[in-house]
Design a protein around this ligand. Structure first.
Ligand code: ATP
Ligand code: MG
Length: 331
């Protein structure tokens, strides 16, 4: 049976956190059963914002170990580092960049946002980020792309590129469709936005955190700013208390209702409530850590090599077709 192709990438910009697990990894494991799944670790992409990521190679290996610990089967899916097909992806990127008007790229909101946040590093690659992402997708010619909601706009760019390319050179690139991952965002422990691996690690529950670290980080999490003293009743709603908001993701309904009732009557304090959250978080992170403990660097490298070979084969075919379509293969 020929399975529909699906691609998804992750940038190795830091340690993975429980948000990545909940919002991405869990879903990718399920999807490998249904699709011809290609998962890549976007190490080339990470250079757009992290020109000197600390220990890039180590981060790629760690990301692969996390994927394997989550349950990805390198035989069943294709797990590869983007740099394994760097020559092919950069070549395709060059061709695609010439059918994409610059003005449209400069208007992409994620570009404007990143340029505003890091005005000292508005590089050429950052503007071309969606074009490189399109090259990632077209290289393995998949029909579906699993993205977070923030990446939907990049997928629109990829679709526009496919249309323009096909108009010029013939029907070669399939217009990719989005498969949006779990839209819910796990909030940061600091209460500022969502957990993000390139932000403060203290605000994220890392997938490598041991029980004590989980407890300590949770203890320091922002809770209800209006509840200064233990005897005061709290405001256990999603907007009223960041810790309660986190409970909505990880704690069952019955227990949550009981926590809310006790908090409203000041029968429990924030410390008790955070302890219970920490138990729930550790209930996810601990088994994950144990599984990861049995996966070494060598296993990750074996998986990445297997993936590299599969990805290179697909990429080689695409590049040959693209060159032929453009008319670049004269010899
Ligand atoms: P960065 O800070 O480098 O952007 P990140 O933590 O936001 O890192 P991404 O590499 O952007 O992670 O995204 C990887 C996957 O994890 C995507 O599918 C994204 O939707 C998902 N994801 C990221 N953060 C969260 C979160 N807090 N809750 C749920 N899903 C998340
Ligand atoms: Mg992100």
């Amino acid at each position: 049976m020929i399975r529909t192709g699906l691609v998804s990438g992750i940038r190795p910009t830091g340690e993975l956190h429980i948000g990545n697990y909940y919002g991405a990894l869990k879903g990718l494991v399920e999807l490998q059963e249904r699709y011809d799944a290609r998962y890549f670790i976007a190490d080339v992409h990470s250079l757009t914002t992290h020109p000197k990521p600390d220990g890039l190679r180590g981060l790629v290996v760690e990301t692969a170990r996390n994927y394997l610990a989550a349950g990805l089967d390198p035989e069943r899916c294709t797990l590869y580092a983007q740099s394994s097909v760097a020559a092919e992806v950069c070549e395709l990127h060059a061709y695609l960049s010439m059918v994409m008007p610059l003005g449209e790229l400069l208007r992409v909101p994620t570009f404007k946002d990143k340029a505003k946040r890091h005005p000292d590093n508005v590089n050429y690659g950052l503007v071309g980020y969606p074009v490189l992402m399109a090259a990632d997708i077209f290289l393995v010619r998949t029909e579906l792309v699993m993205v977070g909601e923030d990446q939907l706009v990049h997928l629109e760019v990829a679709r526009a590129i496919a249309r323009r390319f096909n108009q010029l050179y013939g029907d070669l690139l399939p217009e990719p469709q989005p498969l949006v991952g779990n839209a819910a965002r796990i909030p940061s422990l600091s209460g500022q936005g969502k957990m993000s691996k390139s932000d403060d690690p203290a605000a994220c529950i890392g997938l490598g955190d041991d029980e004590r670290t989980v407890e300590e980080k949770t203890r320091r999490a922002l809770s209800d700013p209006l509840r200064a003293y233990r005897h005061q009743p709290g405001h256990p709603t999603e907007d009223g208390c960041n810790v309660f908001r986190l409970h909505t993701f990880f704690t069952g309904e019955a227990e949550r209702e009981e926590i809310a009732a006790s908090c409203c009557e000041a029968r429990i304090g924030c410390i008790d409530c955070k302890k219970r959250l920490a138990e729930r978080l550790s209930g996810i992170v601990e088994p994950f850590r144990r599984r990861k403990g049995s996966i070494g660097e060598a296993d990750a490298l074996d998986a990445l090599r297997l993936g590299r070979d599969k990805a290179k084969e697909a990429a080689g075919r695409t590049i040959a077709d693209v060159r032929r379509a453009i008319g670049l293969q004269m010899l």
